[in-house]
Design a protein around this ligand. Structure first.
Ligand code: ACO
Length: 353
């Protein structure tokens, strides 16, 4: 009998677990559905820098089949076609092969952009032909593609550098930042910056907040932003707590900011209504924040991973904000669904260009 009840309990646990998982995935699917539907309404050309990668090929197939994007696989034609066949994918992918073909205008453009940054003509030639992150970045910069995805087989900083150098930031931006959308059962929070800026000052924090708010709106989420710290509204004053405090003040003084924002505050203050309404009823936030801006990269990167692994959130990202054209740098080990999701957000972004 003890065995039976133990097994039954285990089954119950499993059922409860499955229900929680389903609820969480339900929320993330619901969030992604908004973006996937927008993407399908006007699919854009997305350059996949790692076009010979099997996950990229599978993702390209799915994007094309579902009409989410028009993928361009960057890589060797024979390799891509052979792999697509091995994977049993019946499609005729668009391929750009850097080693074979007329790409002199890409070399010229790269040289033009970087000649005063120490790149010679022959180096430009080498980068376009041999480094698909440079190739894809130039492809987007000259307008032959609307967006770019990379990162699956590279370290994050090395995949990020070519787009930063070639595509650069938007007119209203000086800094790119990496955002994760975390979905819980009944809740969504956007976390920034989780991947780019090591030690942002108040100007950078303010900029990251604005760009993350724009991103949230692409998912039909009305932003409520908190500049996070280990201090609540001046309870600890030093250089570290000053930056998020000053960033919040900059944003509150900015007439272009049309969403509630406050800080510096601790994470529980940002997320718990009773604390916001009780101790800190003067705060600009009446409802819990859904946009969490971390004071530095250590906090942001560690924070979102804790939410994912202990809090059981589903993570969508990292979505790069602040760039002149949509670029997303994936993490090593990301799955096909992550690639498709990021492609969809890039398409929606490109639609607004
Ligand atoms: N936003 C926009 N552009 C930038 C930024 C930024 N935050 N930082 C640098 N750039 C530009 C520079 O202006 C430069 O442009 P230029 O050559 O036209 O003048 C170009 O990018 C390259 O700059 P470098 O100085 O060569 O690059 P740097 O060594 O500063 O590297 C990088 C930039 C890669 C973003 C670096 O800051 C970095 O490594 N950040 C942390 C990345 C990381 O490790 N993330 C966490 C792990 S990843 C994960 O968990 C997914």
């Amino acid at each position: 009998a003890a065995m039976t009840s133990g097994a039954a309990r285990k089954r119950l646990d499993m059922n409860a677990y499955r229900e929680r998982l389903e609820a969480r995935l339900g929320k993330s699917r619901e969030m992604m559905r908004v973006v996937l539907n927008k993407a399908k309404s006007n699919p854009k050309r997305v350059a996949l820098a790692e076009g010979s990668n099997e996950k990229m090929i599978r993702a390209a197939y799915q994007m094309q089949e579902e009409g989410i994007a028009e993928p361009i696989l960057v890589g060797k034609t024979t390799t891509i076609l052979r792999k697509a066949e091995e994977l049993g994918l019946d499609f005729d992918p668009t391929i750009a092969n850097p080693r074979d073909g007329e790409w002199d205008h890409y070399v010229d453009r790269l040289y033009e952009l970087r000649q005063r940054k120490g790149i010679t003509k022959s180096e430009a030639e080498e980068l376009v032909r041999r480094d698909s992150n440079y190739f894809a970045s130039v492809m987007v910069e000259v307008g032959d593609a609307d967006a770019m995805l990379t990162g699956l087989t590279h370290h994050y900083p090395s995949a990020l550098r070519p787009p930063l150098q070639i595509i650069g930031t938007a007119d209203d931006a000086n800094y790119a930042a990496g955002v994760y959308m975390m979905t819980f059962k009944n809740r969504v929070v956007f976390c920034a910056d989780t991947t780019v800026n090591l030690d942002p000052d108040e100007e950078i924090l303010a900029e990251i907040t604005k760009h993350t708010a724009e991103l949230a709106r692409q998912f039909n989420v009305e932003p409520r932003a908190a500049l996070l710290s280990y201090s609540n509204f001046g309870s600890v004053t030093n250089e570290g707590t000053r930056k998020p405090r000053d960033a919040a003040a900059l944003l509150q003084d900015d007439p272009a900011v049309d969403f509630p924002v406050d800080g510096e505050m601790q994470a529980d203050t940002a997320l718990v209504e009773d604390i916001l309404e009780g101790t800190y009823d003067f705060a600009e936030l009446d409802d819990p924040a859904n946009l969490l801006v971390f004071p530095n990269l250590e906090a942001g990167n560690i924070g979102y991973k804790l939410l994912q692994r202990l809090g059981g959130a589903e993570a969508i990202g990292p979505m790069l904000v602040g760039m002149d054209k949509p670029v997303h740098v994936l993490q090593r080990g990301d799955e096909v669904k992550d690639i498709v999701n990021l492609a969809a957000t890039a398409v929606v972004d490109a639609q607004e260009e």
